[in-house]
Ligand binder design. Structure first.
Ligand code: UD1
Ligand code: CA
Length: 463
């Protein structure tokens, strides 16, 4: 039997009070909808349809051609959203797994389990439900005296008895696709809200079709994110579950509740992560590396035994045994070799360094190709920008760059060069040379007294 996923993601998400449409809003810096799609791609589902409407271009930009789309021009409720998928999905044979686009925590093994249970039970409609101590904002599952589900009632339409029901609708359903479109067309507008509720399909189907529930044990995994408080709860849950996974596979985390590791980051065993650190995107942190405290690694590779302390590394690579920080910033394809030292207040941008190079304090390296065993003195700068264009600096091996040196690019420094402190280098320096490019010092004998005025003491004498 063919399996389709139908994701409802056309709503405005008014309760979020954010510019971004709800399903595009990031959870641990990744759009909510991407979690759902990634899990669906790993599940036994064959084809995925996403219903878009409000700010559809934002979602389409995120998902591209990974999914097919249906368009709901006007947001008239969840039932209406499903109706708008009729042109693309309506006449297909199979079962449809309906998911709201605001439910980022459900993982594919649960999806598979729900789908299999639907088939094994021979259901026409399976409603995924959960038990909530405080069920507010969720639709309640109403059963008759035999325990058969007869309807779902939204919080605002509940009478006092229904409000006490703790079993709620997760908004995840599995349904025979043909029956779905047959019954969804029969849904009437809800009088109070003027919307077509998908939940009303239960009351329509239960008498002539086999309607059943699948109760998930942990209500958090089917939690719907409706507002920014919900975002924080989802992030906390994800953070904990991701961190736990890493710790169980040999990553040490100090104060893990302050550490955020994104879904796609790969962290090898033997890594130590200190508090207030963030590792996001497609980052890889290899064996024995130390991250933090207070560091951010984004879309970067940190090799074995490298150390990143109080620093930011973005779109970059740090070689084995290299130390970065405190207070360093690597960005835009900084590729640092092994055994380097990138120290305090050093920024490296779009540059490569070979092994054993040191830039210990207050240095800017931009658009440079740097050899091995290079020493950058304090305050040295590659002057890469002329106000219009960026230029390249090439530095050979075994170069010593004195303090406060400006290397005005484009410029090339050969191997074994020594550059005197304070030089502003505008011409290439050949291999083995010493370059000095600053004014000669003049010492004027006994002249200082003309400039340093003696200070008066309080008793009138001078000192
Ligand atoms: C819905 C259910 C409720 C359930 C809860 C679980 C209905 C009427 N209510 O309520 O029973 O307990 O989910 O989280 O279904 N959407 C559209 N088009 C629309 C309206 C919504 O695509 O016209 C999408 C939204 O983008 C969202 C999803 O449907 O991803 C759910 O909508 P939402 O407004 O969050 O529904 P709830 O009020 O949470
Ligand atoms: Ca919701």
């Amino acid at each position: 039997m063919k399996k389709y996923a139908l994701i409802l993601a056309a709503g405005k998400g008014t309760r979020m009070r954010t510019e971004k449409p709800k399903c595009a809003y990031p959870i641990l810096k990744k759009p909510m909808i991407s979690y759902i799609i990634e899990n669906i791609e790993k599940s036994i589902i064959d084809e995925t349809y996403v219903i878009v409407g409000h700010k559809r271009e934002v979602l389409e930009e995120i998902l591209g051609d990974r999914v097919k789309y249906a368009y709901q021009a006007e947001q008239l409720g969840t039932g209406h959203a499903v109706m708008s998928a009729a042109p693309v999905l309506g006449d297909k044979e199979g079962v449809t797994f309906i998911l709201p686009g605001d439910m980022p925590l459900m993982e594919y093994p649960v999806m598979n389990k729900i789908l299999r249970s639907h088939e094994e039970m021979g259901n026409d409609l399976t409603i995924v439900t959960m038990i909530m101590e405080y069920p507010k904002t969720y639709g309640r599952i109403v059963r008759d005296e035999y325990g058969t589900v007869t309807s779902i009632v939204e919080e605002n339409d509940c009478n006092e008895t229904q409000k006490q029901i703790k079993e709620v609708n997760s908004s995840v359903y599995v349904v025979n696709n043909k029956l779905l479109f047959e019954y969804v067309n029969k849904i009437q507008r809800n009088e109070r809200k003027g919307e077509f509720y998908l939940t009303d399909i239960v009351a329509l189907m239960h008498q002539s079709q086999k309607v059943n529930t699948f109760i998930v044990r942990d209500p958090l995994i089917t939690m719907g994110v409706n507002d920014l408080y919900g975002v924080s709860i989802a992030e906390k849950y994800l953070r904990e579950s991701i961190n736990k996974g890493h710790m169980l596979s040999g990553v040490s985390m100090v104060n893990p509740e302050t550490i955020t590791v994104g879904h796609n980051a790969i962290i090898e065993e033997g890594v130590i992560i200190y508090p207030n650190s963030v590792i996001l995107g497609n980052s890889v942190v290899k064996k024995g590396a130390i991250i933090g405290p207070n560091s951010e690694v984004n879309d970067s590779i940190i090799h074995e035994h490298a150390e990143i302390r109080h620093s930011i590394v973005k779109d970059s690579e740090v070689g084995a045994y290299t130390t970065v920080g405190p207070f360093a910033h690597l960005r835009n394809h900084a590729v640092i070799g092994t055994h380097n030292r990138i120290g305090n207040f050093v920024e490296v941008k779009n540059s490569t360094t070979d092994d054993n190079t040191k830039a210990a304090h207050l240095i800017y390296i931009g658009d440079a190709q740097v050899g091995k065993n290079v020493n950058f003195g304090c305050g040295s700068v590659t002057v890469n920008y002329d106000g219009v264009n960026k230029h390249k600096t090439i530095i050979g091996d075994d170069v010593f760059i004195g303090c406060n040196v400006n290397l005005v690019a484009p410029v090339e420094i050969g191997d074994n060069v020594f550059i005197a402190a304070g030089s502003t280098v505008t011409q290439n320096v050949p291999k083995g040379a010493m370059a000095i490019a600053r004014n000669k010092q003049i010492n004027k004998a006994d002249y200082a007294k003309n400039l340093i005025k003696p200070k008066e003491n309080t008793n009138g004498t001078t000192k």
